[in-house]
Unconditional design. Structure first.
Length: 202
């Protein structure tokens, strides 16, 4: 690794001076789904979409599921079990034009991924809710559940086992984009790491 410079200039930074700037890693993970057999279940995940940029915390995300009457009851029960403040930001919509189709919309507060503490990630909210549901065992559901476990619990990298800090800053790991359908999934992670942290951060 090359030596770090003694100083630098960042035109979009704060004035009058910046003592230290975090390192940045943008990661993109994807998976192509191969299983095409008809899957039975009361809640079948069909798609997830959220995110506008790799370095942006998204304010909107949604998932589409096929639900039996029992699946709809399970989804409504999970929603009712959420704290009131969470329920206000998560909406379940039955699609009249598509019987059995359930749309889940999550809201948050957008912002720059370098400051997730000032934002509220709608994608993380959506994934945490989906993780509460008895989804049918599909590749799509497994991907969403893994993303929820690894990325949606906090913005500190805890799920990825990379959480850390130095004397002036804390590592952040933000799920910024997730697009999933029956064919593939792609997700983006924005990581900001302390430049004076331990070498195993890199």
């Amino acid at each position: 690794m090359s030596p770090q410079p003694d100083c630098g200039f960042a035109p979009d930074s704060s004035c009058p001076a910046v003592l230290r700037e975090k390192g940045v890693i943008h990661l993109v993970f994807g998976r192509d789904f191969t299983t095409r057999e008809e899957t039975e279940g009361d809640l079948l995940l069909r798609s997830i979409n959220g995110g506008v940029g790799s370095n942006v915390v998204t304010a909107e995300a949604e998932a589409l599921m096929y639900a039996t009457s029992q699946g709809l009851e399970a989804a409504q029960a999970a929603w009712a079990a959420l704290p009131p403040a969470e329920r206000d930001l998560l909406t379940l919509l039955e699609e009249p034009a598509q019987p059995g189709c359930l749309r889940v919309q999550a809201l948050g507060t957008a912002g720059h991924a370098s400051l997730p503490e000032l934002c509220d990630n709608a994608l993380s909210r959506l994934l945490r809710y989906l993780a509460m549901l008895p989804l049918a065992a599909t590749e799509e559901a497994a991907f969403a559940q893994a993303a929820a476990r690894l990325l949606a619990q906090d913005d500190a990298g805890t799920g990825l086992n990379i959480a850390g800090a130095d004397d002036v800053s804390t590592l952040t790991a933000v799920l910024s984009i997730l697009n999933l359908d029956e064919n593939q999934a792609r997700l983006h992670i924005d990581i900001r790491y302390p430049v004076s942290g331990q070498e195993d951060f890199y």
